[in-house]
Structures are given as structure tokens and as C-alpha cells.
Design a protein. Structure first.
Length: 427
């Protein structure tokens, strides 16, 4: 028999034998005959026991995940037969190379060759399922400095046992994609763009945040807080300060984008900030079977259950399905509501700027006398104490008090600095 997709001949032990075994385990299985030349003729090994020890050690220590349960050894008078079954936890790879073409071999004809990235992804998908966060990470050299700091900040232990329990490390001892997302090597990013006006056009500033999702979360909160301006309004003589956006609503919107985006795609989370609104756009539409109206009654089906569980354990989220309802509560008294747009591939949440879109519901109505003065100023450039007396049929002192109330409420301002009767104009 000549070498083919299921047969490989080796005259003696070489380190490459583990590549042949791996290739068979990643493909349909096969047999490696050690102690035969390229034509299959016997080529007696000088020391069967020593060679068998070298082979078993090489396969046990040089291939991940553990493939030994699919490997059987049989010694003959002059050689060793290594029978390899198709593995159930593909792709098998060289630890020093990682899960990439240079570290993963498959059988192609009579040769063992590096697998393509497409072949590797397909093996992971078939073995680990379609869920991104539970599949094995293509990168295994991961560090968790930011994650360790975040867990310590939240008073939660972060060791090997916790990493396994949370799903950062799989049952095979390898890092999962959840581990990749929380690691310092995470390749996904958040991109921010602040625009002048209410349409895309001139940039005020742009920023991209990378690294562990924990680092991205903290940095995103800091950046959004800088973009959340504090403005002052007046109710009578009382000064009322209000941020453009409720801080909790911004926090929940950012956490929602981080927890529910589809990390199977490489694109970034996008946050666009305009004068009148803040938009959070993430990849991945609604989960199958959900509608946008379901979200407002607390129905939730996390796309990344383990990532959401990590946020829950660290108390960044209280419970599934509460974030959007909490956001809507902060806009109950405003006529402009947050908007949700979901397509097959994207999800967008828009928060209105509360200092741009003034509250419409429960807003204090102008007093009748104030309204009469404001109506007058709609068709006249200015008003004086004497005019207020005339249009309201009040005395000088009452007219003075009305003007003081309106200036205190920010409805009118004093114009000029004349020595006679002062003029007032609309703000």
C-alpha cells in the first residue's frame, strides 16, 4: 500500500510524527507506520521500546487538546503502528504555535499540510457549536491584567477556579472566546464620533477604545461623561441644573451594547454624539423570535449569556431585561423618547438630549400674565414697565414684580442700561 489520505510511513522516529497524528485526528483518521520506508517496506527500528517512549511522550505533550484517547499503539517485530481516530474536539494544534495555520495540520492526499483559517473556523464551529463566546479562542497567549483589576475593584475573586466557572477557560483547559473578550488582547473596539450640529458632517472629536472589555467599559464611561454637559434652567427664582442625558441611561445603553453585540463580526461598536441625541450602534440584530416591543416589557434573551453573567456577577447589571426599561423610566416626563432600530445585522439605541429637547409633559405652563408679555414680545422688539402696566392693567409695583419673575425664570433679559424706563427683550 502506498501513502494516501489515511496512511503515512516513517522510517524512524522524528518530531514531525506528532504533526501526522494531529492531521489524522483533524481529518478522517489514519495510521502512521513507524519503521517502514516510503514504499511501505520494513525498515527495522534499532530500539522499539525507546522509540515508543519518544512517540508517546511527543503526542501526549505536543498536541492540544489531549488527543491520546483517540490514539492506539501496536508493536510489530520491526516497527510501531500508530492508529489515530478522528478526534471529537477539533482543531488539534501545536501548543507553541497556537490555533492558526502554522499550528494546525490536516490531511490532504498523502501529505499533512497546514489548515487554512477557514478550515480552522469550520472545525471550531462544528466542535464547539455556533455560540461565539463558548468556542475556543484562536489566540491562546492571553493575559488578564485589566480583568484582575476589575474583579478586585468589585470585590470578587479571580483565579483559575473562577475562570473555569465563568467560562473563560473551557473544560479542555483552553481559553474560550469569552476569555479573549475579557483579556488584554481583545481585538474588538468602541469608536466614538462627536459631531457639530444634528447631522453627520463636521467632527468635533473622534476616539477609538481598545483592550479588554473591562478597560473599554471604564474608558467609555469616562468619555461619555465628558460629553454629557450640565445646563441650568430656571423655575421661578429656582435654578435647576440638568445633564444632557441621565447618567444611568447612558451607562445602561453602553452596557447593553457591550453585552449584546455579536462578537462573531469584527466591526466596532459605534457611538455617535450629536447636539440633539446620542446613538449607540452595535452589530447583531434582535435574537430570533424577539420584537422591539418585547424589550420594553422586560423580555430578554442574551446573545452572550456568559458575558452577561460576568457583568451580573460584578454587579454592573442588576438583572436581565431591566436596562431598557430603566432607560425609558428616565424619559417618562419628556415628549421625545429613546428610539430603538433593529435590523438583521445591527441594533441601534438613540437617547434624546434632554437640554436640547425640552420636557413637554408635566412642564410648567407660563402664568397668564407672563404669557401676555411673551405674546407682546413676539410682535414687538422690547417691553418696558410702563407697557407691562398697560397690557396687563396693573400698577407699577405689580408690573415690576412680574418683570422680575420673568427675568428670574430666564424668559426675558434686560436690554441696554438706560437711565429711564428699562427695556426687556426675549432670551
Amino acid at each position: 500500500m502506498r501513502e494516501n489520505s489515511n496512511i503515512e510511513y516513517k522510517r524512524e522516529y522524528t518530531a514531525d510524527i506528532k504533526k501526522e497524528v494531529m492531521a489524522f485526528a483533524n481529518s478522517g483518521g489514519g495510521v502512521v507506520f513507524v519503521g517502514r520506508d516510503n514504499d511501505g517496506n520494513a525498515y527495522p527500528l534499532p530500539d522499539l521500546d525507546e522509540t515508543l517512549t519518544q512517540i508517546t511522550n511527543s503526542i501526549r505533550d505536543g498536541i492540544l487538546p489531549d488527543v491520546t484517547m483517540f490514539v492506539k499503539y501496536e508493536t510489530e517485530e520491526s516497527g510501531i503502528n500508530i492508529t489515530v481516530g478522528e478526534g471529537t474536539h477539533k482543531p488539534y494544534f501545536l501548543p507553541e504555535k497556537g490555533i492558526k495555520p502554522s499550528g494546525v495540520y490536516v490531511r490532504q492526499g498523502a501529505s499533512s499540510v497546514p489548515a487554512s483559517f477557514e478550515q480552522i473556523r469550520e472545525m471550531i464551529k462544528l466542535t464547539d457549536g455556533d455560540k461565539f463566546e463558548t468556542a475556543r479562542s484562536l489566540i491562546q497567549k492571553l493575559t488578564f491584567r485589566e480583568a484582575a483589576e476589575e474583579f478586585e475593584r468589585c470585590g470578587v475573586a479571580f483565579g483559575e477556579n473562577q475562570m473555569r466557572t465563568l467560562g473563560i477557560v473551557g473544560a479542555d483547559g483552553l481559553f474560550t472566546n469569552l476569555g479573549l473578550l475579557l483579556s488584554d488582547q481583545c481585538s474588538h473596539t468602541i469608536k466614538f464620533a462627536v459631531f457639530n450640529g444634528t447631522k453627520k458632517g463636521e467632527f468635533k472629536t473622534r476616539k477609538e477604545i481598545e483592550g479588554s472589555l473591562f478597560k473599554q467599559m471604564r474608558s467609555a464611561f469616562d468619555f461619555l461623561n465628558l460629553s454629557n454637559n450640565l445646563a441650568a434652567n430656571f423655575s421661578g427664582l429656582d435654578r435647576i441644573e440638568q445633564y444632557d442625558y441621565p447618567e444611568i441611561a447612558v451607562r445602561e445603553a453602553m452596557l447593553n451594547a457591550l453585552a449584546h453585540r455579536d462578537y462573531g463580526f469584527s466591526g466596532s461598536i459605534i457611538v455617535n454624539i450629536y447636539d440633539d441625541r446620542m446613538e449607540f450602534v452595535s452589530l447583531g440584530g434582535l435574537m430570533p423570535g424577539l420584537r422591539t416591543e418585547d424589550l420594553f416589557v422586560g423580555v430578554s434573551q442574551p446573545r452572550n449569556e456568559k458575558l452577561a453573567n460576568v457583568f451580573y456577577r460584578l454587579k454592573h447589571i442588576e438583572a436581565y431585561g431591566t436596562g431598557l426599561r430603566l432607560i425609558m423610566q428616565y424619559y417618562e416626563d419628556f415628549g421625545v423618547k429613546p428610539e430603538i432600530t433593529a435590523t438583521n445585522g445591527a441594533f441601534s439605541l438613540t437617547l434624546p438630549n434632554m437640554n436640547y429637547a425640552r420636557p413637554l409633559k408635566n412642564a410648567p405652563k407660563p402664568k397668564p400674565q407672563h404669557k401676555a408679555v411673551l405674546d407682546y414680545l413676539q410682535v414687538n422688539p422690547s417691553v418696558t414697565n410702563e407697557i407691562v402696566q398697560e397690557i396687563l392693567s396693573v400698577k407699577q409695583t405689580r408690573a415690576y414684580n412680574i418683570i422680575r419673575e420673568m427675568t428670574g425664570a430666564g424668559l426675558i433679559v434686560k436690554h441696554g442700561a438706560g437711565n429711564g424706563d428699562n427695556e426687556y427683550v426675549l432670551v
